[in-house]
Design a protein around this ligand. Structure first.
Ligand SMILES: N[C@@H](CCC(=O)N[C@@H](CS)C(=O)NCC(=O)O)C(=O)O
Length: 217
């Protein structure tokens, strides 16, 4: 439930972490997507997300860190800035599978919840402009790192591809994405711009080839 995300994360992690996702895996509670990927890698090592070669592995983890820390916050900022004015779109994106009660609650609390989300992500006009610039820079880096190849590291799908592709999907909305499949109107020109780039086409290809079967949250 947006607005209470942070409280839920704090409760689940006994005050250690205030972001989602938080998962329970084999009796262990794990938070932060970087740590979650590491835990999943331990739990199910095949197929590997970490390259075997130490240098390649270091490069894959550095790319993961870059897209997680530099790209993802800008994606959240841009998306929420444009989605918050459309309460139907925001409700569909945040609670795609919930019933009327939670959806009604979200709508009723949206004037306050929306302000909190804007504050949390610095989602305002200036933030959105800066976010577009940052996302273009991340796309430039993605394309440069790919250098026309299929994968970012070592010729095989790795944590770097997972992170770059997954975190790029909100403004691209590739087919099959269950959250916010219909982008709100103000995001569409930017989607068209990204989609036309080699990096945008690569994201759609990764999503199609490697996403697997979605599971319920
Ligand atoms: N680097 C963290 C960032 C996670 C993050 O920012 N999560 C957002 C949701 S996508 C969040 O929990 N926001 C607080 C909120 O929505 O209240 C990770 O990858 O786990």
């Amino acid at each position: 439930m947006p607005g209470t995300h942070r409280l839920t994360a704090l409760r689940l992690t006994r005050g250690e972490h205030q972001r989602q996702p938080v998962i329970d895996l084999d009796g262990r509670r794990v938070w932060d997507s970087t740590a979650i990927i590491a835990a999943l890698e331990d739990y199910r090592p095949e197929p590997p997300l970490y390259p075997a070669d130490p240098d390649e592995r270091e490069r894959a983890l550095a790319l993961e860190d870059y897209f997680d820390e530099e790209l993802a916050p800008r994606i959240r900022r841009l998306i929420w800035h444009h989605m918050l004015p459309d309460i139907d779109a925001a409700t569909d994106a945040a609670l795609p599978d919930e019933g009327a009660f939670k959806r009604g609650l979200l709508r009723a609390t949206s004037p306050v919840g929306g302000r909190l989300v804007r504050q949390d992500y610095s989602a305002d006009e200036a933030g959105a402009r800066e976010a577009e610039i940052g996302i273009r820079a991340a796309m430039d880096r993605l394309e440069a790192e790919l250098g026309g190849g299929e994968y970012l590291v070592e010729g095989a799908f790795s944590v770097a591809d997972l992170t770059a592709a997954a975190l790029s999907t909100p403004p691209l909305a590739p087919p099959g994405r269950p959250w916010a499949p219909e982008l709100v109107e103000p995001l569409r020109p930017f989607r068209d711009e990204l989609e036309a780039r080699p990096g945008g086409r690569w994201v759609a290809r990764m999503y199609e080839q490697h996403r697997g079967v979605p599971v319920a949250a």
